[in-house]
Design a protein around this ligand. Structure first.
Ligand SMILES: [Fe+2]
Length: 208
């Protein structure tokens, strides 16, 4: 038999994206673990988020530690996104009426619980995983990079301006993304999570 290269599962590229974030040292095992829990479409989203989060981190001169935490949190952020409502509630018991009414809000906290159960203990990574749904403190660089990458990755077809802005000014991009989310939820008549409102009001105190 010819010398066809045998793919190494440890460096298995999740999509046709070349090396990609999952080729980073120490990230591949997490990619495999998350990938098997998600639909192919959701996994493709996760890879795009991780790729964009890495670009944002580099553009904003993150340290190597911040960069690694950003990619890891991006890979893990939607680990619970395809779970049933009752499993979400098991992993992240609802604490507020809107969380009971809309269990999908729990998928960030549920992913955090999953990651913690898998041995992830870095508060910065766990905070970014949880915070990708309701928001993080504006000075949390890792958390804001993941949040912005999640809402503006190219597959979503929206927020291209936020994506571009994040490559120059992450904080402004985050403020725009949070404001847009709140405006959108209000326009749909959907409840805004108190954490999101808190972040929103701290970023744009003059808006009512
Ligand atoms: Fe996501």
């Amino acid at each position: 038999m010819p010398n066809d290269p045998v793919p190494d599962p440890a460096s298995d590229s999740p999509t046709a994206h070349g090396a990609g974030p999952c080729a980073r040292h120490g990230i591949a095992p997490w990619c495999r673990r998350v990938r098997q829990r998600l639909t192919p479409e959701r996994w493709a989203h996760v890879v795009r988020v991780a790729e964009l989060a890495e670009r944002i981190a580099r553009a904003n001169r993150f340290t190597e530690d911040e960069l690694r935490d950003t990619v890891l949190a991006a890979v893990l952020h939607d680990a619970a996104r395809d779970l049933e409502d009752d499993r979400l509630a098991e992993l992240a018991p609802p604490e507020r009426p809107e969380e009971r009414a809309h269990p999908m809000i729990l998928h960030g906290r549920a992913a955090r619980a999953l990651a913690a159960s898998w041995g992830i203990d870095a508060p910065r990574v766990l905070g970014a995983i949880e915070g990708h749904v309701a928001g993080v403190a504006p000075d949390d660089r890792v958390g804001t990079a993941v949040y912005v990458a999640d809402v503006s990755e190219p597959g979503r077809g929206v927020n291209a301006d936020v994506r571009e802005l994040a490559l120059h000014d992450l904080r402004s991009a985050y403020a725009t993304a949070v404001r847009r989310k709140v405006d959108h939820l209000r326009a749909c008549g959907k409840p805004v999570h108190p954490t999101t409102l808190e972040v929103h009001d701290s970023l744009v105190p003059d808006r009512s």
